[in-house]
Design a binder for this molecule. Structure first.
Ligand code: SF4
Ligand code: SF4
Length: 396
């Protein structure tokens, strides 16, 4: 089952169909529903099921990217990274009653000597596992090990069409070529590989080129992230954050490319894309459904705390990797308890608590604005998203 298909593992009622459900049936039900109701219900995720969990397996990394969420990224494995034992216990608790896709990230997850043991254990426990890497350490042997561990998809970060752009953002000369080499090694062993690209001022004009590069390389998906001013991102925010108007233009470009349907393209941490998608579909007289808009019809803008969470290398749980509001620690409580009882998560699940223009916006249920950018702007994660040009009708 593909990672995307796994994301569809719920029926119209919002209940999970269970691990052994006939996925093809569910998938085809969603695909053939021209009204968009089934996918709409899936998107609303009324039960707030955890669908994706990002785990920073280590704070250690070989690169020093200027937009990293961490300020204290280390060239070595960090002393306070969760131990193998703690990691396996966390996976036991995660797989007991929850069934999310587990994304092993970092730092650089391939820094961890036990990363394949952890991945294989999670797969054995029934979880779908993906790996988010900078790709530079993926030689032929590592590619084989990734495949052998049962990892289903690898995402590699590429932040420009050429070495000059990518390397200047990643701060290490040669990192572009190494990432492309890593990408090709993974493709050779038959891995599904996705490109993650963070868009900021330095590469916004290269959007079309990055799209073409993803097609040329044979990527299975292109996930486009909009820079969030957190960690190192705060230091470069003034220089690198796109103006709201330019942000809008890039998201419109992304919409145009997604309609070419040549590759699965996803706007990530760009919540108002889901407003733009609806505005554009309306102009074009199209009803949004998985047939017309693919996976984007089945998800919404910000998923922090409602379908997604992030676990730090120390075990701290956050709504996402960019929203630094600590919601618990998996070394002290089970992830299930934290997910179900954190007051922060409960606030994020209540869209009536959204403030400012997001609070009165007719698109709030499909967008919600980026709670991390709101937090960066005001210190209040429920305040208005500062990088959206839209004036809700309720403001008129
Ligand atoms: S708050 Fe939401 S949109 Fe913003 S970075 Fe986190 S998950 Fe992405
Ligand atoms: S005002 Fe807020 S909820 Fe509405 S589209 Fe903009 S970011 Fe989204």
């Amino acid at each position: 089952m593909l990672i995307e298909e796994k994301e569809l593992k719920e029926t119209e009622s919002g209940h999970p169909t269970g691990r052994d459900a006939n996925m093809k049936e569910v998938f085809s039900q969603i695909k053939t529903d021209a009204t968009g109701k089934v996918s709409g219900n899936y998107m609303r995720n009324k039960k707030n099921q955890l669908r994706l969990i990002f785990w920073e397996t280590t704070a250690g990394c070989n690169l020093e990217c200027v937009h990293c969420r961490r300020l204290d990224v280390s060239k070595e494995l960090a002393e306070d990274d969760m131990t193998t034992e703690e990691s396996l216990k966390f996976i036991d608790e995660l797989s007991a009653n929850m069934n999310p896709i587990l994304i092993l990230s970092g730092g650089e997850p391939l820094y961890r000597p036990d990363i394949f043991e952890i991945a294989a254990y999670a797969v054995k426990k029934g979880l779908k596992v993906a790996l988010a890497t900078n790709g530079t350490l993926v030689d032929e042997g590592k590619a084989e090990e990734i495949k052998k561990a049962g990892i289903e998809r690898v995402s590699i970060s590429i932040d420009g069409v050429d070495a000059a752009t990518h390397d200047s953002f990643r701060m290490i000369k040669g990192s572009f070529d190494s990432a492309i080499r890593g990408f090709n090694n993974l493709k050779k062993v038959g891995m599904s590989v996705q490109i993650n690209c963070t868009i900021a001022k330095h590469n916004a004009d290269q959007f079309d080129g990055i799209y073409d590069l993803a097609l040329k390389l044979g990527a299975d998906a292109l996930h486009v992230f909009m820079l969030v001013p957190v960690g190192c991102g705060v230091q470069i925010a003034e220089d690198q954050m796109l103006e709201p108007k330019r942000y809008e233009e890039v998201l419109n470009q992304l919409y145009d490319k997604s309609q070419e349907s040549k590759i699965h393209i996803k706007a990530t941490c760009a919540p108002h894309y889901f407003r733009i998608m609806r505005e554009r579909a309306k102009e074009e007289g199209i009803t949004i459904s998985p047939k017309t808009h693919g996976m984007a019809a089945m998800t919404k803008g910000c998923l922090a705390g409602t379908a997604v969470c992030f676990v730090s290398h120390k075990g701290e749980v956050f709504p996402c990797g960019y929203l630094p509001v600590n919601s618990g620690n998996v070394k002290e409580s089970s992830i299930e308890d934290i997910w179900n009882s954190s007051a922060i998560f409960s606030n994020l699940r209540d869209d009536s608590l959204l403030e400012g223009k997001c609070g009165v916006c007719e698109y709030k249920k499909v967008c919600e604005g980026c709670r991390a950018r709101a937090f960066y702007d005001t210190g209040n994660y429920m305040s208005a998203e500062p990088y959206c040009v839209y004036q809700p009708k309720g403001m008129e």
